[in-house]
Design a protein. Structure first.
Length: 157
């Protein structure tokens, strides 16, 4: 796929309009998040279809997206992606505000993604994308969004 539905794991070279997202490999160590997503706007209804469209091929259909109400513009309760109705469930305070939670049919959990705010400094955002998508990442969302590079895990290779 190309354009807005292309998944890139190298955010520093993502052309304008490309989906800025990184995911842990399938055999990754469990952690707080399964990857990260850096949307361009706080409009969930406009941003989420490209993400769900791309994830459908590798992770399966998404029936529900849980998100923090304070992190996004007001959103409809349901949208249609690939002809499938997707429920958008806003919450307050029950989970990290800087993450979205994606569920499939029958409530099966699919992914938890760090959401990097659209206005985040590009260096901080790109570092968070890279860190969140590493197989051994167990950082919290707060640690991943830290603007202090000294908090980044050191490579053991």
């Amino acid at each position: 796929m190309t354009g807005a539905s292309t998944l890139t794991t190298d955010p520093t070279h993502a052309p304008s309009g490309e989906l800025r997202c990184s995911l842990k490999p399938a055999n990754a160590t469990p952690g707080h998040v399964d990857g990260a997503w850096w949307p361009r706007t706080p409009d969930l209804v406009a941003e989420i279809p490209a993400l769900l469209d791309r994830l459908a091929d590798g992770w399966g259909a998404v029936d529900r997206v849980s998100y923090d109400l304070s992190a996004w513009s007001p959103a409809a309760r349901r949208i249609t992606v690939r002809g499938r109705r997707v429920r958008l469930d806003g919450f307050r305070g029950r989970r990290p505000a800087d993450a979205i939670h994606l569920s499939g049919p029958a409530g099966k959990a699919i992914l938890t993604l760090l959401v990097i705010p659209p206005d985040t400094d590009p260096e901080v955002a790109e570092r968070a994308l890279r860190r969140a998508g590493t197989g051994d990442n167990q950082d919290t969302t707060t640690d991943l969004l830290s603007s202090d590079p000294s908090t980044a895990p050191r490579s053991t290779s």
